[in-house]
Write a protein that binds this ligand. Sequence first.
Ligand SMILES: NC(=O)c1ccc[n+]([C@@H]2O[C@H](COP(=O)([O-])OP(=O)(O)OC[C@H]3O[C@@H](n4cnc5c(N)ncnc54)[C@H](OP(=O)(O)O)[C@@H]3O)[C@@H](O)[C@H]2O)c1
Length: 297
Amino acid sequence: MKILVTGANGLIGRKTIKALQIGNKNQIFATSQRKIQANPNIEFFTVNLIYSDINKLVETLKPDVLIHCAALSSPDACEVDKYSCKKLNVEVTSRFATACRDYGTHLIFLSTDFIFDGKKADYTETDFPAPICYYGESKLEIENIIQDMKIGATIVRTSLVYGYEEHLSRSNIALRVIDHLKNGLSYRVPFDQIRTPTLAEDLALALITIAEKREGGVFNVSGGEKLSVYEFSKRIAVCFGFDESLLISTSTEELSEPAIRPLNTSLDITKAKILLNYQPTSLNDSLKILKNQLHQK
Ligand SMILES: NC(=O)c1ccc[n+]([C@@H]2O[C@H](COP(=O)([O-])OP(=O)(O)OC[C@H]3O[C@@H](n4cnc5c(N)ncnc54)[C@H](OP(=O)(O)O)[C@@H]3O)[C@@H](O)[C@H]2O)c1
């Protein structure tokens, strides 16, 4: 399979590329904004997608599948810089969708649980989206554009993705908890935000299954266990043998972050289990995998 992955310095892009390299079956192209570590088996493009000729990129490479991970993915960054959020999350993705239509490329787009208002729980793919922050709005806007274009595309909604790779574009909840606790520092985590945290390796495998099957439509792909961010952080502390009392259970209101957080965005992953044979790793095993990776670094 000829495959283009954008956002290759990010957690999801990195894990996806790693998984795609297994067995040497795929021809991989990748883009990122900052320079990417040299890898002889991948053709890299260091580009700012906002100012790139996306049509030309897709026309030249003609990938069978595009896994589009590049985004302004921090909800707070999107809230304070709505202009860049719109440019990258909506306009760039829309240009990719048009190019995918024109060159017969299957588009896999990464969306988020933040398209929901968090007042329900166990959201399915057909539940009504109602974002309450700009990041979620931008993702819903482009989801709708992609769906209206009626192209070969898959929208993958995921939640609180965690994992380790060197020199990541940005950290994630698990790494932040570990960094604080191992240094004896307290860390405030919300008890009222319920999520289905996702091991990045599980998501990467699901993306590859979708790419191989060209399975279109909307899919929730997340971990299989629903818990608060505070409980999740406690499970990390226990697995790593850190002092749990350094975790300070805090309300979302007290945290007062720039982007409003939806409270319960737990995702129902029944569809992915049936159609993609998706089997997320248990939380205990996921944390053991993460612990091994951090011990090896
Ligand atoms: N992580 C999560 O918990 C989560 C949850 C739900 C949905 N998602 C979605 O999943 C996708 C991937 O997430 P992630 O966590 O892997 O993201 P990430 O770690 O923030 O990585 C984002 C990637 O986008 C690239 N990028 C940013 N601005 C760019 C620009 N102007 N031109 C070209 N590339 C640019 C970054 O490149 P540089 O680092 O080189 O600048 C980086 O490789 C995103 O669409 C995100 O919204 C993530």
